[in-house]
Design a protein around this ligand. Structure first.
Ligand code: DAH
Length: 350
């Protein structure tokens, strides 16, 4: 005969061992083995329950209740462990590489908005025979002002809010500066080649200015055409051609008298507003947007580079790349400084 105490100890021992095996099981197969080992037909718990008949009848009920509790506990533990093992298997499976999945591509950059504009502008002018050039960003006063017909110490120099480089001035060319406009390229180009000249100079320019519509560094594109018999109609034709190519077929240009030291006559060029098509709206007020300067090259400028103004005439124009970019349909930038802020969220949009 078995005693109640022995049976109870046996049952509790089985429960503890089973629970620790269940806890340690690392896969469903092992868990299944543990189940057989304890709950199977000849499992430890099954055999022990059979032994209940070997204890005195009045004690059987108590042992029976305990045996049921042990069985229930083991079954519950197996069930919950099996759930968690199934979940784990799924996650492991998901981590496996599925070679048929589309690849995760590394982020791809693109050209900066201003570079895109520069390429587009170059393409437009190259089509009609202009040669793209680049000239130094660190320039001499002579190229940026004196040769462009600015008398020495003339206050017109102040209009360009020039940065001066801390360096000894050149006896021939004066102070060293950061070029405030691409017009200095006119002089360098006329020194480089004999007429006919068809220059497109796109370059960085610098001025002491910073607000929503100005950055200290910005870009200009300058045209210069020098040949015999060049007239205002050539200038007007090129301006119209550019406006139509860059802004759209329905855009027109007009020229208004203005003053620049290096051109005579000088003009400001306007382009019809793309929003209202020249009718007048909040953006443009009277249907026209101001684009930049232009004019017929001043005889003194030709003389400065040794060209005979009786033989040669020419026209020039100088506009801001950022400015035309902002006026192109569909591009609205509230603050120009954003262009150079390295803010990827902003740049990715273009
Ligand atoms: N250089 C002038 C500026 O920065 C723009 C300009 C005006 C350029 C008239 C020209 C021109 O070539 O003819 O404001």
């Amino acid at each position: 005969m078995l005693s109640l105490n022995v049976m109870e100890e046996e049952l509790i021992g089985i429960k503890n061992t089973a629970l620790s095996f269940i806890l340690e099981a690392e896969d469903l197969e092992t868990l299944e083995d543990v189940k057989l080992q304890f709950l199977g037909r000849s499992g430890k718990l099954t055999l022990t329950i059979k032994d209940i008949t070997k204890i005195p009848p009045e004690q059987r009920k108590e042992v029976g209740i305990l045996a049921n509790e042990v069985k229930q506990t083991i079954e519950d533990a197996i069930k919950s462990k099996s759930e968690s093992l199934k979940h784990k298997t799924k996650t492991v499976l998901r981590k496996k590489i599925d070679v048929t999945n589309p690849a995760i591509l590394p982020p791809l950059g693109h050209l900066h908005l201003v570079t895109q504009a520069i390429e587009e502008i170059s393409g437009i002018f190259e089509k009609i025979g202009f040669t793209r050039v680049r000239y130094p960003e660190v320039e001499w006063d002579w190229y940026a002002f004196t040769a462009l017909n600015f008398p020495p110490d003339h206050p017109a120099r102040d209009d360009w809010e020039t940065f001066f480089v801390k360096s000894a001035p050149s006896p021939k060319y004066g102070p060293m500066i950061l070029t405030p406009h691409t017009s200095s390229g006119q002089i360098r180009e006329m020194q480089r080649v004999e007429p006919p000249v068809r220059m497109l100079n796109i370059a960085k320019c610098y001025r002491r200015q910073s607000d929503v519509s100005h950055t200290a560094m910005f870009h200009q594109f300058e045209t210069l055409v020098i040949d015999e018999n060049i007239s205002i109609s050539h200038l007007k034709g090129v301006l119209d051609y550019f406006a139509k190519s860059y802004f759209g077929e329905n855009r027109k240009t007009r020229i208004r008298p203005y003053h620049f030291q290096f051109t005579e006559p000088s003009f400001e060029v306007d382009v019809t507003c793309g929003v209202c098509n020249g009718k007048g709206c909040r953006l443009c007020k009277e249907g026209w947007l101001e684009m930049g300067g232009a004019g017929m090259v001043h005889p003194n400028v030709l003389k400065a580079v040794g060209l005979d103004p009786e033989k040669y005439t020419g026209f020039a124009s100088g506009w801001g790349v950022e400015r035309v970019l902002m006026m192109k349909d569909g591009i609205e930038i509230d603050d120009l400084r954003l262009l150079y802020s390295n803010n990827l969220e902003f740049l990715k949009q273009f």
